[in-house]
Structures are given as structure tokens and as C-alpha cells.
Design a protein around this ligand. Structure first.
Ligand code: AMP
Length: 193
């Protein structure tokens, strides 16, 4: 298994660069945000619960999020060769759970791609996305809350993965191609592929 975590603030380009990673490495993509939005669109019970957190810019509770991810890993044969984890983990308990889940499958996180973009640029990008995304969380109030949550709950993961020796900090500004070239070079240096 070859597992990559794509990590960064909302609006840092995780979704866009995930598409490049999928094409380049042929890995299975799990975006927890997309999974939750699909439940909301289908009106499932989980979707109703998720919407109450997402619309406020808060995180879904760890226990629930971890069980959703475990369920996907257990029931998706395409995930056997490796996964791009996009939007997960977002907290230290989620990162610990991911280490355990992968270890149970004889695998590990191979690289964490950390897209680095300053808050001012993130807000500009998210407001622009909000004009056509239709996402309930791409408005200024919720964006500010999501950035606050990112700094307090998610950014500590950078140190967690630095200690693990897996964190690759990537400058997340420039063209999509330039950023992907930096990502490819960093993964190649760390993982040899
Ligand atoms: P995203 O599309 O990754 O920006 O996620 C949108 C929203 O979904 C987040 O603001 C959270 O409310 C929720 N969400 C997505 N992934 C997670 C996660 N790993 N843990 C908790 N909440 C999440």
C-alpha cells in the first residue's frame, strides 16, 4: 500500500492537487468532506448530523469521523493498493486512529503533503469558490470559523507528522502545475517514487 495524506487549510488546494495525485500515482481518493456532502445530498441520517456541524464550520466528532473512514477502508477493494487521504486526519486522535488502521493492514502513512498558503489568500480563494460552489460553508462567517478550527485543531498535526518524519511542507501558491511539480519532487525524494 502507498498512502499519502494531503494536508492543509480549507482553500489550500487539497482537492485540486488530489486530482493530480490520483492521475499520477493511480491511487484511490478519499475526501471526507465529499463523503459527508454526498450524505447531505442524499438526505441520510448521517447527512443530517453532518450538516449541523458543517454549516457552522465545526468538525464532525472524532469518533463518528473515524468510524466512517474505517467503514470505507473495510468496504472498498480499490483502496487496497493505497489511498490519498484528503481532509482526514484533521485532529491528533484521527491521526492516531489512522496509524492504527493502516498498521492493522500492514501499511503506514508514507508521506504527508502539507500545502502552505497564508490566511489572506485562503479567504480570497474560498469566497471566490463560494460564488459557484453552492457550499453552505463558503461564506465569510463560516470561513473565519473554519480557519480558526484549522489553526487550533488541525495545525498541531504538522508537528505530529514532522516527528514521525513524514511531513513534506509545500508552498501552495503559484500555478496548479508549479505546485504539483513541487509535490512530485518532494514525494520522489522521500519515497523514491
Ligand atoms: P472539506 O471539504 O474537507 O473542507 O470539509 C468540509 C467540512 O466537512 C469540514 O469543515 C468539517 O465540518 C467536515 N469534515 C471533513 N472532514 C472532516 C474530518 N476529517 N473531521 C471532522 N470533520 C470533517
Amino acid at each position: 500500500m502507498f498512502n499519502i495524506v494531503i494536508f492543509g487549510a480549507p482553500g489550500s488546494g487539497k482537492g485540486t492537487q488530489s486530482e493530480n495525485l490520483i492521475k499520477h500515482y493511480g491511487l484511490f481518493h478519499i475526501s471526507t468532506g465529499d463523503v459527508l456532502r454526498s450524505h447531505i445530498a442524499r438526505g441520510t441520517e448521517l447527512g443530517k448530523t453532518a450538516e449541523s456541524y458543517i454549516s457552522k464550520g465545526s468538525l464532525i466528532p472524532d469518533e463518528l469521523m473515524i468510524s466512517i473512514l474505517a467503514d470505507i477502508l473495510d468496504n472498498t477493494p480499490e483502496a487496497r493498493d493505497g489511498v490519498i487521504f484528503d481532509g482526514f486526519p484533521r485532529t491528533i486522535p484521527q491521526a492516531q486512529a489512522l496509524n492504527t488502521m493502516l498498521a492493522e493492514r500492514g501499511a503506514k502513512v508514507d508521506a504527508v503533503v502539507g500545502l502552505q498558503v497564508d490566511d489572506e489568500e485562503l479567504i480570497t480563494r474560498l469566497l471566490k469558490r463560494g460564488q459557484d460552489s453552492g457550499r453552505s460553508d463558503d461564506n465569510l462567517e463560516t470561513i473565519n470559523k473554519r480557519l480558526e478550527v484549522y489553526h487550533s485543531q488541525t495545525l498541531p498535526l504538522q508537528e505530529f507528522y514532522q516527528k514521525q518524519g513524514d511531513f513534506l511542507g509545500i508552498k501552495g501558491t503559484g500555478t496548479v502545475e508549479e505546485i504539483f511539480d513541487r509535490i512530485k519532487a518532494a514525494i520522489k525524494e522521500k519515497c523514491g517514487r
